[in-house]
Design a protein around this ligand. Structure first.
Ligand code: NIG
Ligand code: FE
Length: 413
């Protein structure tokens, strides 16, 4: 069955088979009166309307949609979230507003550790409901593919419970869901005085269980002062690679510890956050082909200086954008909000931000073969925006201009 979408202003990065870096990050394809043909959920042809209609008889088209001149872009890929959690932490947000630092709250047994207590106590059914609600909320805001991490279990049983919930959300919602194992998200209270022993537990017990069940595609580590050192992170990620998982890391979020350098050394698929990453590590990441996954919602919520996106783009580092949706440092599932922060606070152009929130984001989670741009053969995952160009996402601030969401060519919102 073939579907035709016509009379749209199409904006999309074109996929050259690798993430877009440097000047190419902002080189967006535009079809001003564009059209797209979709067959069996995949893009069959895209371009100027006259070209797409050429040779097409009405009998070939089962459904035709006049987009009314709306702006059409690829669905957002959100490549870094912690959407699977049991309870919000609103009281902690107020503490932070009153001046207590994020890492200090963690040190006192709150923060991630309070989410760990709640997630261990939650039933699998309740955890599923909460996670599903977040994914559906993200879908309404245009996110058609989402990565979700475990990491609020910090014991084998609860980490596996989270990964089962994440897999079920992938099966039972229209969204594509990429599962990441983040057993090394914090040092649990029982290991407070011996973090190396906890790293051993992640390597010897959790990783084998996760890889035996085949329920994670990536392994992530929170590499940060007072959390996991560069040496511990290296150990865990090396073991993850051996067990067949891809690797990524939370790097240099608060301190310039060397996580970005480690990402380059291990050729991680992405290094995420990078608020404090130094120049040498940025250059090393660019040379190693690591995607810089930036999370401006975290800088916003922690009131920190934003990551140096301009410096990264000018250094030839492909930049992606994500929400980091979690109950502590960035409670948002809105890619339009993240897009606005990137353009207004990180000096990214709307075209660069579009690539970052779609194609480069897809590369950051190994999904670019299927989605992230409107190239022929990819899934027809796309959005209609109430505006003339993707700039509307930053311009019409605080609301979502996403007026329709399509997954595999089917309207779901
Ligand atoms: O990416 N930095 C570590 N992990 C999350 C925060 C998780 C939380 O506070 O619950 C982040 O910012
Ligand atoms: Fe995170």
């Amino acid at each position: 069955m073939r579907k035709l979408f016509r009379n749209a202003n199409i904006f999309t990065p074109a996929d050259p088979g690798r993430p877009l870096a440097g000047r190419a990050q902002g080189a967006i394809q535009v079809f001003e009166r564009g059209a797209m043909r979709v067959r069996n959920g995949r893009i069959e042809k895209i371009g100027p309307e006259a070209d797409v209609l050429d040779g097409l008889s009405p009998a070939d088209v089962a459904m035709e949609t006049d987009c009314g001149g709306a702006c059409l872009i690829p669905g957002f890929v959100d490549p870094h979230t912690h959407m699977c959690f049991a309870e919000r932490r609103e009281a902690e947000f107020s503490l932070r507003l009153a001046g207590t630092p994020y890492l200090e709250i963690l040190k006192q047994g709150g923060g991630i550790l309070s989410s760990v207590r709640a997630t261990r106590a939650a039933s699998e059914a309740d955890l599923y409901e909460t996670t599903r609600r977040h994914v559906l909320s993200a879908l309404r805001l245009g996110t058609t593919t989402v990565e979700i991490k475990s990491g609020y279990g910090l014991d084998t049983e609860t980490e596996l419970k989270m990964l089962r919930v994440i897999a079920r959300v992938g099966r039972e919602t229209p969204s594509d869901v990429v599962p990441t194992f983040l057993g090394a998200h914090a040092v649990p209270e029982a290991f407070r005085d011996n973090p190396d022993a906890f790293a051993d537990l992640v390597i010897e017990e959790m990783l084998p269980a996760v890889s035996a069940q085949g329920i994670a595609r990536f392994c992530d580590v929170f590499c940060e002062e007072g959390v996991f050192s560069v040496a511990q992170t290296r150990r865990i990620l090396a073991a993850a690679l051996k067990s067949g998982l891809g690797i990524k890391l939370h790097a240099d979020e608060v301190h310039d510890l060397g996580g970005a350098g480690l990402a380059a050394e291990l050729k991680a698929i992405s290094a995420d956050h990078l608020l404090a990453a130094g120049d040498a590590h940025i250059a090393a990441m660019a040379a190693a082909g690591v995607v810089a996954n930036l999370l401006p919602g975290t800088a916003y919520s922690l009131r920190k200086p934003f990551a140096r996106a301009r410096k990264m783009i000018e250094s030839g580092l492909p930049v992606a954008l994500a929400t980091d949706c979690n109950p502590g440092s960035s409670y948002t599932e809105s890619m339009p909000f993240i897009f606005g922060l990137a353009v207004m606070n990180m000096e990214m152009t709307p075209s660069e931000a579009l690539t970052a929130a779609t194609l480069n984001a897809a590369y950051a989670v190994g999904m670019a073969g299927k989605t992230g741009s409107l190239d022929v053969g990819k899934q027809a995952d796309f959005l209609l925006l109430d505006g003339e160009s993707p700039a509307i996402l930053a311009y019409h601030a605080g609301v979502s201009p996403v007026s329709a969401v399509y997954k595999h060519g089917e309207r779901i919102i």
